[in-house]
Design a protein around this ligand. Structure first.
Ligand code: B1M
Length: 211
């Protein structure tokens, strides 16, 4: 079995220790960090997601897998971020109100930091006002929102409206993403940018900030 398949299997079984050991082993063997992330950790989450959809696994197993995923990602962080890159812009990031899914948001944050951006992580279940308050107080260039549920994506236009009301809409770019989000939705709600994955979100954010 390849190291990627082994990592994926340990993710599916929610084994924090196993994931950490295998990820560390792969790092020591100089396996590419992006491959460890995509072919190992994310591949495992994909399988869990599909089983969750089919009611073959339930919330506790998914939570264990998410915990193992976060443990693996933490080990990769230094390799996915470029040491010594100077911050060139500020981002307020969070998963929208009502939504507790934070793995994708954490990846976007990690990749943005890797581009040298200063990222204010508001966590999950973030009130629209919190994004605005942080963008104002910290002078952020970007508000970045993640949503994984079709029932919570509707919070995104509330944030766009709140930015207009607060008089900061022309000062801050609004980026959105997450599994149910599309370019059409982005256009519809008047956000500025949609990107399908963490790496493209980070590339675009760096570009927006003039990096
Ligand atoms: Co939930 N869940 N979940 N869940 N969960 C999904 C999203 C679901 C698709 C599963 C399914 O049915 N197949 C489904 C949503 C259905 C829908 O709305 N269409 C679902 C459901 C229904 C629920 C509950 C309602 C279940 C219940 O309680 N009955 C409940 C809701 C809780 C809540 O939020 N209020 C729930 C709960 C949970 C857990 C807590 C158990 C756990 C979350 C733990 C955590 O995040 N700390 C969980 C998980 C883990 C999942 C799945 C299995 C995996 C999500 C994930 O982390 N993927 C998911 C199924 C799936 O997606 N296959 C599912 C890996 C992650 C890297 O991908 O977040 O998509 P993702 O991020 C991607 C891109 O989307 C993008 O970049 C990343 C890749 O590079 N991206 C951005 C993300 N944000 C971005 C922002 C950007 C740009 C790109 O710019 C700003």
């Amino acid at each position: 079995m390849s190291v990627f398949a082994e990592i994926s299997e340990q993710i599916q079984n929610g084994k924090v220790k196993g994931v950490k050991e295998l990820v560390q082993k792969a790092i020591d063997e100089k396996v590419n960090a992006k491959d460890i992330l995509e072919k190992g950790l994310l591949a495992g989450m994909d399988v869990i997601g599909e089983k969750f959809r089919k009611n073959e696994v339930f919330v506790p197993q998914v939570l264990l897998a998410a915990r193992a995923m976060n443990a693996g990602t933490a080990l990769l962080k230094p390799l996915l971020t470029q040491a010594g890159v100077k911050a060139s812009g500020k981002v307020a990031i969070g998963t929208v109100k009502g939504d507790l899914h934070d793995i994708g948001k954490n990846l976007v944050k990690l990749m943005m930091e890797g581009k040298g951006l200063e990222v204010f992580d508001l966590g999950a279940n973030v009130d629209p006002e919190k994004y605005i308050e942080t963008a104002k107080n910290e002078n952020c260039n970007i508000i970045a929102m993640s949503a994984l549920l079709t029932t919570t994506m509707s919070v995104m236009p509330e944030v766009v409206e709140a930015a207009k009301k607060a008089g900061i809409r022309d000062k801050v770019k609004i980026m959105i993403g997450g599994a149910p989000i599309t370019q059409t939705y982005c256009d519809q709600i008047g956000a500025d940018y949609f990107t399908p994955d963490a790496a493209s979100a980070a590339d675009l954010a760096a570009k927006v900030c003039g990096a």
